[in-house]
Design a protein around this ligand. Structure first.
Ligand SMILES: [Zn+2]
Length: 406
């Protein structure tokens, strides 16, 4: 029997493993990560799974089926700083709960089930995200293991201190065909389901993102002596650019755009800013829409710069295309939602998820669970026990009726 109460209790139990007293911060390969892994390994074994930690620090539980290939379920076990207790963990715990329900009835399916608790999705410690799922999908460049944290410890060293061997990274990677599909349950992190009074929603696609970085070069000068008409103020220009990005993002309801970081040089109260560097983050459910926004932003920045006699340089720092959820899996998840007597709602994911990495080896699907106020990545993150139950029943229904090929 699925127990929503147990799911909630386990989210609470994991939240106690935090480096932040009275809050939740649990980063990759930390002592708190180890303690959380121990709990999850125990729950997996209790649910009838073989469980272990792989070479990149993912917790892997396997419930055998009639045939070898698996349906992969899961989410991540790391958190941002001062996090909530459901983002990531809910997906791992709910998947274990579903396997426990099958094991209780000694029910085996035509395929195996694997539950993954990815060690790193948020990228807090090393500044590079989805290390766990990229390892599993074979898309993690081993050179990334040389990346260092704020204390100068590399991922390879941190793995060794954790008792793992990063040189065995290749063994973590799964081949196409070994994984029939990947399905992740996750809190929505947005307000759509709550606004429409729905417990769960089926994800259509994970939005892609583009992150250009712009540098404006003007001229520094004394704030008291340079007349206004002779200035080439890089920050005043950047302010116009920020507003241009906002205007571009407002041009389509499916598009969002943010300038989240601004570095001003020299950065003194009495000096005209000579150089400003800022980041742009555009996300959209369609690649063309996002790429068009980037082009418009580049044009706007160049135009603003030249109007103000500045020079602008724009570089691409990160880009990831839209991850479309597989139509056959969307349909199967929607049938599972309908089987609960619930209204079926399809929605895109504005935030990034492990499925973006796993897509390299398998089709992906996601089920969103309503969260209070659409709030995530915050201690205020909250879901109801009733919704946790709906999520678990929907996921179990999906698993039991899962058709590897349609
Ligand atoms: Zn998450």
């Amino acid at each position: 029997m699925l127990s929503a109460e147990r799911i909630m209790q386990r989210c609470d139990a994991l939240a106690r493993h935090s480096e932040l007293p009275g809050g939740l911060t649990r980063v990759f390969l930390s002592p708190q990560n180890r303690a959380a892994n121990e709990l999850v390994l125990g729950w997996m074994r209790e649910a009838g799974m073989q469980a272990r930690v792989d070479a990149i620090g993912n917790v892997v539980g396997r419930y055998e089926g009639e045939k070898q290939p698996c349906l992969m379920l899961g989410s991540h076990l790391d958190t941002v700083r001062d996090a909530g207790r459901y983002d990531g963990m809910l997906g791992v715990i709910t998947a274990i709960e579903c396997v426990a329900a099958l094991a209780e009835q000694s029910k085996r399916l035509p395929f195996a089930i694997e539950v993954l608790g990815f060690g790193d999705e948020e990228g807090v410690r090393f500044g590079t995200s989805m290390l766990g799922s990229r390892g599993v999908s074979g898309t993690l460049d081993p050179a990334v293991l040389n990346t260092r944290d704020a204390h100068g410890v590399s991922i390879a060293e941190a793995l060794r201190q954790f008792g793992l061997d990063g040189s065995r990274l290749a063994q973590v990677a799964r081949k196409k065909g070994e994984v029939l599909a990947y399905a992740e349950l996750h809190i929505e992190q947005g307000p759509v389901l709550e606004a429409e009074g729905l417990s769960v929603g089926v994800v259509s696609a994970i939005n892609g993102f583009s992150r250009p970085r712009a540098t404006l070069h003007g001229e520094a000068g004394h704030a008291g002596t340079v007349p206004m008409h002779q200035r080439r103020d890089a920050l005043a220009a950047a302010a116009e650019c920020v507003l241009a990005v906002e205007r571009i993002a407002q041009s389509d309801a499916a598009l969002v755009g943010t300038v989240g970081r601004l570095e001003v040089k020299p950065g003194a109260i009495n000096v005209i800013p000579g150089e400003v560097q800022f980041t742009i983050d555009f996300r959209a459910p369609r690649d063309t829409l996002r790429q068009e926004a980037v082009r418009s932003a580049v044009d706007a920045v160049q135009e603003i710069a030249s109007k103000r006699r500045l020079t602008a340089a724009i570089e691409k720092i990160q880009e990831l295309g839209v991850t479309a959820c597989a139509p056959r899996l969307i349909e199967q998840l929607e049938r599972a939602v309908a089987a609960q007597g619930l209204h079926v709602r399809r929605l895109p994911s504005g935030a990034g998820h492990d499925g973006q990495a796993i897509q390299a080896i398998a089709d992906v699907a996601m089920l969103f669970v309503r969260c209070k106020g659409g709030v995530s990545h915050s201690p205020a993150e909250s879901i109801t026990e009733a919704d946790a139950g709906v999520g678990a029943r929907t996921l179990l229904s999906f698993i039991e009726r899962f058709e590897p090929r349609s």
